[in-house]
Design a protein around this ligand. Structure first.
Ligand code: GLN
Length: 304
C-alpha cells in the first residue's frame, strides 16, 4: 500500500472542499487558532511515518486524552474498572447529564465527559502525583518528551466549565466519585488541555494497534485483550452521538476532541491522526471525518 501517495491525494482533495464546520466557541481559548489549519500523520506498525500539512503544529487534543486516561486506569484496576463505568454507547452529546439521573451516577461509557470524571477520580485515588504521573505515562507511550499541559487552555475551560462542574458533583452525589469534585475537575481540565501534533498523536496511539505493546521499546502497557477492548470502545463510543456514523463511514476505532483532532486505529496496521479545527454539529472535526472516510474507502483496507 502506497500510503504516501494516497494521503497526498486525499489531503489535497479534502483541503479544497467547503468546510461546513465551526470552531468550538464554548472554551474561549480554542478560538485562538488558525481555522484553516489541516494536518495528517500516519504511523504504521512496520515503522513507516508520513505526514502532510500542519502535521507538526501542536493543538489542543481535548477529549482524545480520555483514551490515555482510560488506558492508565485500566492498567491499574483491571476489570474492576467496569463496576464504576459502563461500556454502552450513550447516543447523547459528550457533555450530557440526562442519563446519569436514571442510571444512578454510573456513566454509560468512559469517553463521554461523565465517564472521564470517574476515570479521573480513579487515577487521583491511585497515583502519587496524579498530573505529573499521568503526563509521564502519556510521554512514555512513544518517548515523546515534548508533550505538555496547556495552562492557558485548562484555565480557559475551568472558567466556563459549568457543565463539567455539574456532571462531577452529580456523580459525587451518587457516590461514584470518591475524591473532592474540585480535585477531580482540576485533573480533568488539565488532561483535556494536553497539546501535541499529529505526528506525536499517531505515534502515541500505536500501542493500541500493536496488541498493547509500545512499538519503540516493546513495553507492555495493556494486555492484548485489554487493548482490543479499548479499540472496541473507541469503535462504539469514540465519537459520542456520532459514533454510529463514524463506524458506518470510516469503519475504524477512533476518538475525537473539540480542538479538531481525530485519531483512528487500524489494529495490526497503522494509526492516523488528523487535525482540522472546525467542528460539525456533533463536535467532531468536519474535514477530519471527511478525510478519514475518503482515506479508508480508497485504501480498501478494512477490519471487517
Ligand atoms: N474539555 C472538553 C469538555 O469537557 C472535552 C470535550 C471534547 O473534546 N469532546 O467539554
Amino acid at each position: 500500500m502506497n500510503f504516501e501517495e494516497l494521503i497526498q491525494n486525499v489531503y489535497h482533495k479534502i483541503k479544497n472542499i467547503d468546510d461546513e464546520g465551526n470552531l468550538a466557541s464554548y472554551i474561549p481559548e480554542l478560538k485562538n487558532v488558525d481555522s484553516e489549519s489541516f494536518g495528517v500523520h500516519i504511523s504504521t506498525i512496520d515503522n513507516f511515518n508520513f505526514g502532510v500539512g500542519n502535521c507538526y503544529e501542536k493543538f489542543s487534543i481535548q477529549s482524545i486524552a480520555k483514551v490515555f486516561a482510560l488506558s492508565l486506569a485500566y492498567s491499574i484496576l483491571g476489570e474492576k474498572l467496569w463496576e464504576r463505568v459502563k461500556v454502552e454507547p450513550s447516543g447523547t452529546a459528550f457533555n450530557s447529564l440526562i442519563q446519569l439521573e436514571v442510571e444512578n451516577g454510573i456513566p454509560r461509557n468512559p469517553f463521554i465527559n461523565a465517564g472521564t470524571h470517574v476515570v479521573s477520580d480513579i487515577l487521583l485515588s491511585n497515583l502519587n502525583n496524579p498530573k505529573e504521573d499521568f503526563l509521564n505515562f502519556v510521554k512514555s507511550l512513544s518517548n515523546c518528551s515534548e508533550i505538555c499541559y496547556s495552562n492557558r487552555i485548562a484555565t480557559s475551560e475551568k472558567n466556563v466549565g459549568y457543565r463539567n462542574v455539574a456532571l462531577c458533583n452529580f456523580i459525587k452525589a451518587f457516590g461514584n466519585i470518591k475524591n473532592k469534585p474540585s480535585d477531580v475537575l482540576d485533573f480533568y481540565f488539565n488532561l483535556c488541555s494536553l497539546e501535541m501534533n499529529c505526528e506525536e498523536l499517531s505515534k502515541l496511539f500505536l500501542f493500541l494497534a500493536n496488541d498493547g505493546f509500545t512499538l519503540e521499546d516493546n513495553k507492555q502497557i495493556l494486555s492484548k485483550s485489554q487493548a482490543k477492548r479499548i479499540n472496541a470502545l473507541m469503535q462504539t463510543c469514540g465519537f459520542y452521538d456520532e459514533s454510529g456514523e463514524f463506524a458506518f463511514k470510516v469503519r475504524l476505532p477512533g476518538n475525537s476532541g473539540v480542538g479538531g483532532g481525530i485519531v483512528a486505529v487500524h489494529p495490526k496496521q497503522y494509526t492516523i491522526a488528523v487535525w482540522s479545527p472546525k467542528l460539525n454539529e456533533k463536535g467532531n472535526s468536519y474535514k477530519g471525518m471527511r478525510f478519514l472516510e475518503e482515506f479508508t474507502t480508497k485504501s480498501e483496507l478494512s477490519i471487517f
